[in-house]
Write a protein that binds this ligand. Sequence first.
Ligand SMILES: Nc1ncnc2c1ncn2[C@@H]1O[C@H](COP(=O)(O)OP(=O)(O)O)[C@@H](O)[C@H]1O
Ligand SMILES: [Mg+2]
Length: 267
Amino acid sequence: MEDKQLYAKQLLQAVGGDIRAALTELKRVAANTVSQKKYEPKSQEVVIRTMGLQKQYKMGKATVSAIQDVTLAIHKGEFIAITGTSGSGKSTLLHLIGGLDQPSAGDIEVRGQNLRKLSDVKLSRFRNRTIGFVFQFFYLQPFLRLQTNVEVPAMFARTRRDRRATKSKATAEIVGLSDRLQHFPRELSGGQMQRAAIARALQNEPDILLADEPTGNLDHENAVAIFELFKKISTEQGTTIVVVTHDMALAAIADRAVQMKDGRILA
Ligand SMILES: Nc1ncnc2c1ncn2[C@@H]1O[C@H](COP(=O)(O)OP(=O)(O)O)[C@@H](O)[C@H]1O
Ligand SMILES: [Mg+2]
């Protein structure tokens, strides 16, 4: 704390007492702290690789370039945050990685499998078995108890009932909701609902967890707790986690943060 006060004082002196200039400088330092944090992959194994990825949307006569030439390698067990302002292409990139959308050009490989070469049937099986999705709005079914909500992906994967129950109890334990499984979503707080959605995403033991603004509906304290939970899951389960957020302070909790601007990844 003293360090921070001293730094603030020095900074204010350096910019001639101009508080606005000091704030700009602080923001610049904070942004650099995120991007310059030394990144050492936990594993050499690349789980997600995008190569010259592009996505264009046709809007009448105009063409919107949502993603431009994105080349990125994400390693096994890595927890990576994708930051950037609204409209910079974060969601589009996440959807492409998750096989929810097709690129206009370039390639995506997940565990060495080129997603463009999968048929629709194989692509949905890939999503169900390999990827867990977490969204800003939790999409829990209000009329189902938490345990059933968590088990939904396992039902689609035709997992037997007793095995589903074992798994939902195990994932509830990971996210800290063991004592809430018989509750309905309306009996939970926002942070607990997002934990339940994360438990659901983990149900089929995915290699990859993709989360789009998962803390957009939470206060800062709960948001930090969710990011800490992602960190724990990536470390303890070896899950590769890609999280989109526009909050730099949260991004700093991840192993690595990359910033997007106008559809490109800033170096
Ligand atoms: N389905 C779509 N149709 C047309 N334009 C889209 C569509 N989805 C996204 N875009 C455009 O692509 C750009 C990137 O969007 P998006 O990936 O949602 O950004 P972010 O998630 O960073 O806010 C924006 O300009 C957006 O308007
Ligand atoms: Mg978005």
